[in-house]
Design a protein around this ligand. Structure first.
Ligand SMILES: *[C@@H]1O[C@H](CO)[C@@H](O)[C@H](O)[C@H]1NC(C)=O
Ligand SMILES: *[C@@H]1O[C@H](CO)[C@@H](O)[C@H](O)[C@H]1NC(C)=O
Ligand SMILES: *[C@@H]1O[C@H](CO)[C@@H](O)[C@H](O)[C@H]1NC(C)=O
Ligand SMILES: *[C@@H]1O[C@H](CO)[C@@H](O)[C@H](O)[C@H]1NC(C)=O
Ligand SMILES: *[C@@H]1O[C@H](CO)[C@@H](O)[C@H](O)[C@H]1NC(C)=O
Length: 795
């Protein structure tokens, strides 16, 4: 700064010299010529020793002895010397000797603008809530300028912004304070921090300025709602995810800070099925499934979630959860209708059952295919929807399979597919489509002759593969030719047991055959027949019959043996036959004479009689040889014959003698027999007469009044009536027939078994089916045989 020299000379009585200078003049700057001002001669001053006497001012001023100028010796700062005082000056005394004189000097110090305005703090920090309304003022620390007057006159200026304006407030002590006036409301979330420069400038020339930095922090106010990242969350999850699986994480943010931004999540729904199945984490917003997610329960969930910040502001969002079906349900099969049992002759294509397959899954997982497992005479026919008809594919045969377990497998089209099997039981009902069948086409039966009448000889069985009535067989004998056959045998219609009706005689019928028919009870009934050949087995019941010599010829037959016959000559041959066959007909011949003494021997096998030795003169000429013919049966039967053998050379020699002798003998024997027979007959007739007389007497005395007249016919036991009808057996029974003899009640008759025995028990157990029938027939036959009703009173 160039010092501004102001010389002011003011002579006063007090001889006070007055200078005025600006502060901050350069050292050595001349303030004024003190010598001149004091009126001193310049040459004198050094001699007179002009000097400054002042404790304070000595430092700032100096006097040049050579020219008498007053110079600035040190930096003069008005603000240091005087501060805020209105006037500022320095005084000193100038002393000169020879003569001593004292002069009073005053130097006024004038202000220059050497101090800038200055703020107390270089930075001012302010916190303003974002909720602060526009117009609110914030007082700021003022700036200070140590200069005086215009140099300290302050003007403030705020850096350009649209939020604040600068205002001014005059404090009670008169200071003017700057203030910030809020122009528009703040939003922390937009800008949470502001910096402005406040400049203070003084009125000097040149203008000095001071600045401070205003830092404004916007304090949060809960003015922001939480915001979800999405208003609607859409997602799909599979059913059957494991429990507590993460489903979705909802996320909300809050632009506020601190607790105002602390978000808690929750469901804002009352829907029970949502609350049962899902849970949400309060802090993280993670939605998990705490229950089973089942597509079949709910295909879709609409979940409302809310986020709440610490200040209580709440936002809602939606979670739309679609459940994807999984193939977790097995198909099911329902039998809608079934026809069981079904007749075995049902036509192919007949509908047996209607079934429905069902799968609760959806889409392919719920599409079901059905098929019949195994080889079955049935097939499935798909009808509308999931319905299937089971129809007959191949003919049914109850005799092969009477019941089918039809297993139907339903498989869905899921991956992996699930399947279900159901077994339907179908019974097949019988149709009479099988003939009764005998085991053989013909049977051969061997029966010993002389069998017991009524004995069973064979049992024949036919099989009918049908069931129940259709298999219930009735046997009967049908025969085609021999009319006598039915009376030979009979058959039990139920059991098929064949009974002999009479003793068979091998010698009469060696074999015969009957035809047996088995007929089932179906409708219409079926029948088949078989042939039973009955072979009668021979028994040794016939004695050998001697043909030669004929037994009828008696003793009149002679064999003549020439006297000269040699030993071993054939005399004769006994010829015999046996009606029996086989062993029973094998005959052997024996002589009953002692073989040692006999003249003849007989061949055991051929029956040839031969001489055993040559004859002597003295030998007896007539011989009787008794020959026994024996068969080989067990026990053996035998016959004997007597051979008359005459040893003679000529037949005439012996013939008269022989014939006379024999006749006499014969006549004698005959007379004896006739006598015996006559005596026996007479005595029998006598006895009979006596007995009849006694009986008739007895009857007369005992006859009751109600049965006034009794028939003379003897009681007739019907069992003795031969009645062999159409293959039925005769059977023993007995009953009383009572008829009143009163003419008015003549037609009344009843049958009563004796001794109260039930009728049934009288019938042979074997032949129960026939008993009643035969009973009637027998009564009927009584009528026929006797010509009228038998009358028989036991009382
Ligand atoms: C929530 O969303 C915000 C931004 O949208 C993101 O920064 C944050 O990571 C998300 N939080 C979660 C847990 O996903
Ligand atoms: C059918 O099943 C039943 C039991 O379920 C069984 O008793 C019967 O023998 C079966 N029938 C066939 C023909 O397999
Ligand atoms: C009758 O029976 C005889 C045997 O006695 C048999 O050969 C014949 O074939 C039968 N005739 C008929 C038509 O059954
Ligand atoms: C046996 O069956 C045949 C047909 O096979 C029928 O003509 C006949 O009348 C039947 N006989 C009886 C006794 O039912
Ligand atoms: C029976 O024998 C006698 C002799 O004794 C004889 O006279 C008679 O003629 C004989 N009679 C016959 C029928 O031969």
């Amino acid at each position: 700064m160039i010092p501004f020299l102001l010389f002011c000379l003011c002579h006063s009585v007090s001889a006070q010299i007055h200078y005025s200078i600006y502060e901050e003049m350069q050292k050595g700057s001349s303030i004024g010529n003190l010598a001149n001002d004091l009126g001193l001669n310049i040459k004198e001053i050094s001699l007179r020793k002009l000097r400054i006497v002042s404790r304070l001012s000595e430092k700032y001023f100096s006097i040049n002895i050579l020219n008498g100028n007053l110079n600035v010796a040190d930096r003069i700062d008005r603000e240091t010397l005087c501060g805020a005082a209105e006037e500022c000056f320095l005084t000193f005394d100038a002393v000169i000797e020879n003569p001593l004189n004292v002069y009073h000097v005053r130097v006024d110090i004038k202000d220059i603008n050497d101090n800038p305005p200055r703020f107390v703090k270089e930075e001012i920090e302010l916190e303003i809530s974002e909720s602060t309304l526009p117009g609110v003022r914030f007082v700021i620390q003022n700036a200070e300028d140590r200069d005086k007057g215009i140099n300290s006159l302050l003007k403030y200026k705020l850096s350009a912004n649209k939020y604040f304006e600068l205002g001014e407030k005059t404090s009670t002590d008169g200071r003017k304070l700057p203030e910030l006036v809020l122009e528009t409301s703040l939003d922390r979330e937009t800008q949470s921090y502001y910096e402005f420069t406040l400049t203070a400038s003084d009125g000097g020339n040149p203008v000095q300025t001071g600045t401070t930095l205003i830092k404004i922090t916007v304090i949060d106010f809960n003015d922001n709602f939480p915001i979800f990242t999405q208003e609607v969350y859409k997602l799909s999850i599979s059913e059957n995810i494991p429990l507590n699986s993460p489903v979705l994480c909802v996320n909300a943010s809050d632009k506020d800070t601190g607790t105002n931004a602390q978000i808690t999540y929750s469901f804002s729904t009352t829907s029970e099925n949502v609350l049962h199945v899902f849970a949400i984490n309060k802090i993280t917003g993670q939605i998990t499934n705490k229950g089973v997610v089942n597509y079949e329960d709910s295909k879709y969930y609409d979940i409302s979630v809310q986020a709440q910040d610490g200040g209580g502001l709440v936002t809602h969002a939606k979670v739309l959860l679609e459940i994807l079906d999984e193939n977790d349900n097995t198909p099911e099969i329902y039998v809608t209708s079934i026809t069981t049992p079904i007749s075995e002759d049902s036509a192919i294509g007949t509908v047996v059952a209607l079934i429905e397959a069902h799968d609760t899954d959806s889409g392919g997982n719920g599409e079901v295919d059905c098929q019949i497992i195994g080889a079955m005479p049935f097939k499935l026919l798909s009808t509308s929807g999931n319905f299937y008809k089971i129809i007959i594919k191949n003919p049914l045969d109850r005799e092969k399979t009477s019941c089918y377990n039809i297993t139907i497998k339903a498989t869905d089209k899921g991956s992996p597919p699930l399947s279900f099997e159901k077994t339907i039981r179908l019974d097949i009902s019988d149709v009479n489509d099988n003939l009764p069948k005998f085991e053989k086409s013909s049977y051969t039966v061997f029966v010993h002759e002389n069998n017991q009448p009524g004995a069973s000889i064979y049992s024949i069985q036919a099989l009918d593969r049908d069931a129940e009535e259709n298999a219930k067989l009735v046997y009967s004998i049908i025969s085609n030719d021999t009319e006598q056959l039915p009376s030979y045998v009979s058959i039990n219609p139920v059991s098929g047991v064949i009974y002999a009706q009479r003793p068979f005689d091998y010698e009469q019928d060696k074999e015969f055959q009957i035809q047996v028919m088995a007929k089932d009870s179906g409708s219409p009934s079926l029948n088949s027949s078989t042939v039973v050949k009955i072979h009668v087995i021979d028994q040794n019941d016939n004695s050998p019959t001697i043909l030669y010599p004929s037994p009828d010829a008696g003793s009149t037959l002679y064999e003549i043996v020439p006297f000269s016959s040699k030993q071993g000559s054939l005399v004769t041959k006994v010829v015999a036959v046996d009606a029996d066959s086989g062993h029973n007909g094998w005959l052997s011949y024996y002589s009953l004479q002692d073989s040692d003494t006999s003249f003849f021997i007989i061949d055991t096998y051929t029956g040839e009689v031969k001489t055993s030795r040559t004859f002597q003169e003295r030998d007896v000429s007539r011989h009787r040889v008794v020959v026994m013919v024996k068969d080989n049966g067990n026990p053996p039967l035998s016959s004997t014959v007597t051979l008359n053998i005459v040893i003679a050379d000529h037949f005439q020699h012996v013939l008269p003698d022989l014939s006379n002798q024999s006749r006499k003998l014969e006549t004698q024997t005959n007379i004896q027999i006739y006598l015996v027979i006559a005596i026996a007959l007479i005595s029998f007739l006598f006895m009979l007469t006596v007995i009849l007389a006694i009986i008739s007497k007895y009857r007369e005395s005992k006859s009751s009044t109600s049965f006034s007249s009794v028939s003379a016919y003897p009681p007739m036991d019907p069992r003795f009536l031969p009645k062999f009808n159409n293959g039925t057996l005769p059977f023993p029974y007995s009953y009383d027939v009572c008829v009143t003899l009163d003419p008015s009640e003549r037609d009344f008759a009843y049958l009563k078994p004796p001794h109260n025995v039930p009728v049934e028990s009288l019938i042979d157990a074997d032949d129960s089916g026939i008993g009643n029938n035969s009973l009637k027939e027998t009564v009927h036959s009584v009528d026929i045989v006797q010509g009228h009703v038998e009358v028989w009173s036991r009382t």
